[in-house]
Design a protein around this ligand. Sequence first.
Ligand SMILES: *Cc1c(COP(=O)(O)O)cnc(C)c1O
Length: 346
Amino acid sequence: MTDSEMIDLRSDTLTVPTEAMRKAMIDAPVGDDVFGEDPTVHELEERTAELLGHEAGLYCATGSIANLLGVRLLTEPGQEVICDAQAHIVRAELGAHAALNGVTTRTWDTGDGKVTLDKVAGLMAPAQSPYFVPTAAVAVENTHNFASGVVQSHPELEAIARLCREHAVGFHLDGARLWNAHIASGVDLADTATLFDTVSVCFSKGLGAPVGSVLVANSDNIERARVLRKRMGAGWRQAGMMAAGALHALDHHLDRLTDDHHGARLLAAAVAERAEGAVDPLGIETNIVMINTGRHQAADVVARAADQGIRITVVTAHAIRAVTHLGVSVEGSVRAGQVIGALLAD
Ligand SMILES: *Cc1c(COP(=O)(O)O)cnc(C)c1O
């Protein structure tokens, strides 16, 4: 089987630029971004900040560095950030917040990945006594990657934002897939983003740009983040060629995320039809489908699916993940669901 015949659902980072996006990238006006002279980077930073209702933005090479800087702006070494036990910042950023920001983490657990005021209030410990680590920031992920892409409840986020303000605790949003949350829920991007002090959003996931995330915050904090980023060696030069891909994605790939969500639900339904209890299609809100493999080893299911042209990933010994994106048609997603369902029913 050739690569082009594979239905690759391992991640929405696998998208490659369309012809129209490549054209926009080649034609982009560029300059040296460390000198603050790349007009296309400026346009992306300003446009993203405006969309999210914040004063300023900083275009970064990855979501990990945008999260690292966002949390750094709200904490000092020796303090803590609290978040979900399955959050990307604690599970998938290789300890960066400890190793580079010098902060510790404590985590809450939810069954379904949806944060509530109670979970946060139960953990938060701002400056209790000289002997306890003070909570300096709360971080939330929307959508929640390892919780099958669920969308956070807006009223709960509002309540948590109020709690953070009352205690002068920072509030960071890992919004790598905030675009998906917005499209699935209809909640305005800025209505969510303005609840937070710092927000990272990713352009190289479902939006399909080749590189980059933007961190938004107030202007003072973004100026600080620019210095911190350069200190880590992550200033860049004619990054406008990449930013042009992200701008193109905002214009052309945002509304089509509904197709990815539709494909993910159909994939889940095709699995559930054949393997009862492996996944609840009604629980699939966006483009990520976590599937319980039951008595089968996840690694076996992944290997056997690959033999039939379907690429997915192992999440735990008995869970696999499929992610829909613009490189996979709705028909391809359904076919993947049929193959996976048949393997699990076997
Ligand atoms: C992908 C992702 C990121 C950023 O990942 P990078 O690979 O560093 O760009 C951050 N948070 C979540 C939830 C993600 O899924």
